[in-house]
Ligand binder design. Structure first.
Ligand code: 4AZ
Length: 423
């Protein structure tokens, strides 16, 4: 039989024209998307901050003196209202993506009401001119604040804006209580169970109190010349001339150092009781506020911190019970524990008085320890302003289960602090 010879046929490798067209089309789309993403990324990441100082007049049913004092509940409530009006105004405008935040820094009286002074921060590509942005901001506020619902009743036409630089912004902020710059670790959980503070300025109100040059206690800056600390720090160490206070995240070298002018221990403090464990120290001369040395805010006497609130305790104290102090500042996140729980038999069995505040964890693990005494327990509000709620006072050893840290309750001594220091 005839068998045809099989000639191997080479398959043509050429693609159909329509397939080539499709591949080219898809490649172009992918390329365009990539270029778009890169352009967006570069534009977004090369945006730089633009800072403005603004004043705004308003009237309210409250009088100026009711929110004149910085960090009071009235000041905070009024500031929250104004800041949210400003935020809403920008949210409804073409600047919604560029607006970062506004912060009221003070109030001043005016014949027909009050003037709020605030800082506003925006981000724009660096090619934009600050002056043209200023005009847009002014226009948005004039327009949108007309629809803002009070109280307070703001006057949109009163808005005046000035362009300021980063240094001027920092200068305004460093004079405000409870502001901090270095928040690198932010909310991340990373003293006992805590971590070393990464950069200068994270807890700018922290001081180290040293007797003959050796760290003994922590303290907190409440204005340029006054520190708040624990009374028990001075039990056997009364001579102010042998004490110094230093500032900065390391004890050695410090960022700033001051001698003591005066120590005022609470009149009712009596060892070995832990009641009235509070003292104030006047420095020989004022510190200058910088990005790394600043004061904390004090809460109103009537302010009640909620159990479970997040707080931070900082100090140069021991990393374990009976350990030695450390050179670099440590921080640890703790929770406020209500006094009823803290007074239970297995915890502190009714040893917690109204002038004390418990914070930590009933399971143990995170706590202040020896050498942290006198130092701050702070918590921030929704405006990101930090307040002093506790002074490290005592505890049964450190970080043991059912033995949280016990702090002097600052709100209970708010009026005493004012009487002694004027703050
Ligand atoms: C102290 O002896 C001390 N765990 C301070 C704080 C605490 C315990 C002891 C809290 O200074």
């Amino acid at each position: 039989m005839y068998q045809p010879v099989r000639v191997p046929v080479r398959k043509r490798s050429c693609l159909e024209p329509w397939v080539i067209g499709l591949i080219t089309f898809i490649s172009l789309i992918v390329l365009a998307v990539c270029i778009g993403l890169i352009v967006h990324y570069v534009r977004y990441n090369t945006r730089k901050p633009y800072n403005y100082y603004s004043t705004l007049s308003f009237t309210s049913d409250k009088y100026y003196y009711e929110f004149d004092k910085e960090a009071t509940t009235n000041f905070t409530e009024m500031s929250q209202r104004i800041e949210s009006m400003v935020k809403n105004a920008f949210a409804q405008s073409s600047l919604r993506r560029q607006f970062i935040k506004s912060q009221v820094i003070k109030y001043s009286p005016q014949e027909s009401g009050v003037v709020a002074h605030m800082l506003m921060i925006f981000r724009f590509p660096s090619t934009q001119s600050p002056e043209s942005i200023k005009k847009t901001i002014e226009h948005v506020l004039h327009e949108k604040l007309q629809h803002a619902t009070g109280p307070p009743k703001v006057d949109p036409s009163s808005v005046v804006i000035t362009n300021i630089n980063k240094t001027e912004t920092d200068n305004f902020l460093k004079n405000c209580c409870g502001t901090r710059i270095g928040t690198s670790s932010g909310t991340s959980e990373r003293i006992i169970g805590g971590q070393a503070v990464e950069q200068e300025g994270e807890w700018p109100w922290q001081a180290s109190l040293q007797w003959d040059g050796a760290h003994r206690c922590g303290a907190t800056l409440i204005n340029a010349t006054w520190l708040v600390t624990a009374a028990h720090c001075f039990r056997n160490y009364k001579d102010p001339s042998r004490w110094t206070a230093s500032f900065g995240v390391t004890v050695n070298p410090p960022k700033e150092r001051r001698r003591f002018k005066r120590i005022i221990v609470h009149e009712n403090y009596e060892y070995p009781s832990h009641e009235y464990d509070i003292a104030v120290v006047e420095l020989s001369r004022p510190v200058t506020y910088t990005n790394v040395v600043r004061r904390v805010c004090l809460p109103d006497a009537s302010y009640k911190i909620a159990p479970g609130s997040q707080a931070y305790v900082t100090g140069f104290g021991a990393l374990k019970n009976d350990g030695t102090s450390v050179n670099r500042l440590q921080q640890v996140e703790v929770r406020i524990i209500d006094s009823k729980t803290c007074n239970e038999p297995q915890v502190y069995n009714n040893a917690i008085s109204p002038g004390m505040l418990c914070a930590g964890y009933l399971q143990g693990g995170k706590d202040a320890c020896q050498g942290d005494s006198g130092g701050p327990l702070v918590s921030s509000n929704s405006r990101d302003i930090w307040y002093l709620f506790g002074i490290v006072s005592w505890g049964d050893e450190c970080a043991e289960p059912n033995k949280p840290g016990v702090y002097t309750r600052v709100t209970a001594f708010r009026d005493w602090i004012e009487a002694k220091t004027g703050v």
